[in-house]
Every structure is written in structure tokens, then in C-alpha cells.
Design a protein around this ligand. Structure first.
Ligand code: ACO
Length: 327
């Protein structure tokens, strides 16, 4: 099926907002450095919220907006690199919270590219007439060393999602093309969440001794990766869709750094109107960044039915992916 109708979109953010200035009490940094190098002014940080509670809030809003019964949902995918538990995964918890008894539910982890990988899965899984919830939800604050200025200033918590239907009788919403690529040999440039090896037979090794729980990132390498591979991925996806960049209303890019978005825009000759940004408010929320941005674009009527859109995610893996749709 090429039918891909986004019937609702929603976001959920923790109530606590942390301004750049507050971070200067934890590490040697400044509001100016963070604003100029990244475009970030604040981020939302989970205090009582969890990856699951944020995802559930998004799911409830999606059902409310679309007026669908929870039992009409066939598939729930949560993209996250910061789940509350390794098992049960986040999506089954969402299924239970909303009572979507008919849905199968599972998580995927493609770091910051998770949402756009989830779009491809939804597109390929849904049979005509079926409906999915696709949610990106993160509490990256639990993976941050809050004294490491090279990473802590970048990340934030939040969730966003879409209710997607493959109902051929709906007049709008089509899948037009996509492109995905993985660069596993560069994976060590961005790591987080190493699991401890703690069984009675475990033997100390260099890797095990070096407890890499918090984000470790070679920022320059990731920056170079993104500014090279994101334009390539968009070009490939547009080629598959047989479209030009000028045909696209907006490029919903992963919000990692305003400079990366500007560089991609320059390489592809895009206008600033084609490059929505909200990183100033939320920082990098990994798999949640594109659906949060999209939900705001819909709420502010910056996107209309029939508009062609490109979603692009990139990050840990290293991974990149782009999906072209008609809204
Ligand atoms: N505050 C103040 N100074 C800082 C800070 C900070 N928070 N962080 C670094 N600096 C200093 C550095 O120590 C360095 O000082 P020096 O010149 O005296 O050595 C100077 O600022 C410049 O540092 P660079 O690392 O060269 O700064 P750069 O311009 O490369 O910006 C950044 C760093 C923002 C991390 C950038 O490289 C970037 O955005 N990279 C991409 C990161 C990214 O997208 N990651 C997410 C991927 S998504 C995922 O999958 C989770």
C-alpha cells in the first residue's frame, strides 16, 4: 500500500524547563556558547515524568484527536534509546495504559533516527484499513553526565507521535519514497547506556572497566557525518519519489544542532521557510524531535493537507534515514 494518512499528531513535554543559565552552575559553560554553537536556549527535563508516561500522554492525545477507540489500533511502535525498562518495552506499557487490546506493540532503538525508521516500519506493516500509533519518547537526561559540558548542554526530554492509517478510502496521505543507511563502523563516535556485566564469572576487561553509561560523543565527527550524509539521504529519497527539493513544503529534520540544519539547507539550496526549527526550546530529544516539531507545525497550521514533506533523522549507529510523504 502507498496509503499513509497521518490522522493526528501530538507532543508531551516534562513541565520542568531548564534554561542555559542554570547549567552554568553545574559545569563551565555559558548561555552564549550554547546559543551560538547549537541554537539551544532551554530544554525540558523529566522530574516526575518517565519515558512511558510521556509516551502514554501522546497516545491519549492521539486517540482523543482522532476520536478512534483504542481497540481500533493494530500496531504501536515506540522509538526510544532511553526506555524505563529493557523489558517490558515502552510500547506494551502504552498498549496497557490506553487499552489497545488488538494492537501488537514493540520498541525500536535507532537513537535519533528512530522515528523515521519507525515511519518505514509502519508503512510496510499496515494492511489496508489498519491503524498505527508511532511515538518517539525519550528521557535522555538519565543518560547524561550533568558535569560533562561537551554533551550535557545538548540533550532534552520529551515525546511526540502520530496516528497513522492505511485506509484507502481516505483522500489524503501517501507514502512517496524513502532512503535509509547505517554506518556501524562509525558507531563508537556516539555511545550511551553501556550495560554493566555483573555475573559471577565476568572477567575485568578494558571495556568493562570503563563504565560508559553517560553519553560520550566525538561531536566533530558526528557533525561531519550529519552534514554529509543527511543531504545525500534526502537526495536519494527525493529521487525515489521523483520529486525536486522545491516541490517540498517542509523538511522536518532531526533537531540536533541549528548549525547542522543550516548546513543541510545550504547544500540543498533550501529556503528558511522549508526548514522549521524548534531546537531553541527543547534541545536534542533524539527520537522525539521530529514528531514534536511536526505536531507544532500542524497546530500552528504551517502544513496543509496535500503538502509534500520530508522527514529526516540521523544520529547514533551511526544511522540516517529520510521519508517523503504527502500529508
Ligand atoms: N560550553 C563552553 N565551551 C565548550 C562547551 C560548552 N558546553 N563544549 C565545548 N566547549 C569548548 C571546547 O572545549 C572547545 O574549546 P577549545 O577550543 O579551547 O578546545 C571549544 O568550545 C570548541 O569546541 P568544539 O567541540 O570544537 O565545538 P563545535 O563547534 O564542534 O561544537 C558540538 C560542538 C555542538 C557538539 C558540535 O560538534 C555538534 O553539534 N556536533 C554534532 C552533535 C550531534 O548532532 N549529536 C547528536 C547526534 S544525535 C543522537 O543520536 C543522540
Amino acid at each position: 500500500t502507498t496509503n499513509f494518512s497521518i490522522l493526528a499528531s501530538a507532543k508531551a513535554l516534562p513541565t520542568t524547563q531548564v534554561m542555559n543559565q542554570e547549567l552554568t552552575q553545574l559545569m563551565p559553560t555559558s548561555d552564549n556558547w550554547i546559543k551560538q554553537r547549537t541554537g539551544i536556549r532551554s530544554r525540558h527535563i523529566a522530574t516526575t515524568e518517565t519515558t512511558t508516561s510521556l509516551a502514554v500522554s501522546v497516545a491519549q492525545q492521539l486517540l482523543h484527536q482522532s476520536q478512534l477507540a483504542a481497540t481500533a489500533i493494530d500496531l504501536i511502535i515506540v522509538a526510544t534509546m532511553s526506555p524505563d525498562y529493557l523489558t517490558p518495552a515502552t510500547a506494551p506499557q502504552v498498549q496497557a495504559a490506553i487499552g489497545a487490546e488488538q494492537a501488537i506493540a514493540f520498541d525500536i532503538n535507532v537513537a535519533c533516527a528512530g522515528f523515521v525508521y519507525g515511519m518505514q516500519l509502519v508503512h510496510q506493516y499496515l494492511q489496508p484499513g489498519q491503524t498505527a500509533l508511532l511515538i518517539g519518547s525519550e528521557t535522555l537526561s538519565r543518560l547524561v553526565d550533568w558535569h560533562d559540558r561537551s554533551t550535557a548542554v545538548l540533550f532534552g526530554d520529551g515525546a511526540g507521535g502520530m496516528l497513522i492509517s492505511a485506509n484507502p478510502s481516505l483522500m489524503t496521505g501517501r507514502w512517496l519514497g524513502s532512503h535509509y543507511a547505517t554506518f556501524g563502523t562509525d558507531g563508537h563516535y556516539l555511545t550511551a547506556g553501556q550495560q554493566p556485566r555483573v555475573n559471577p564469572w565476568s572477567v575485568a576487561t578494558d571495556e568493562a572497566d570503563d563504565n560508559r553509561w553517560a553519553f560520550q560523543m566525538n561531536g566533530r565527527r558526528v557533525y561531519d557525518f550529519a552534514t554529509k550524509q543527511v543531504p545525500r539521504s534526502i537526495e536519494q529519497a527525493l529521487m525515489q519519489a521523483d520529486l525536486k527539493s522545491s516541490d517540498i513544503k517542509a523538511f522536518v529534520l532531526h533537531q540536533a544542532n541549528a548549525r547542522i540544519v543550516a548546513s543541510v539547507g545550504q547544500k540543498l539550496n533550501l529556503t528558511s521557510a522549508q526548514l522549521p526549527l524548534n531546537i531553541a526550546q527543547y534541545g536534542n530529544t533524539a527520537a522525539a524531535s521530529e514528531p514534536i516539531l511536526f505536531a507544532e507545525m500542524v497546530a500552528q497550521q504551517q502544513v496543509q493537507r496535500g503538502d509534500k514533506l520530508v522527514f529526516t533523522g540521523f544520529g547514533g549507529g551511526l544511522s540516517v534515514g529520510s521519508a517523503v510523504i504527502e500529508y
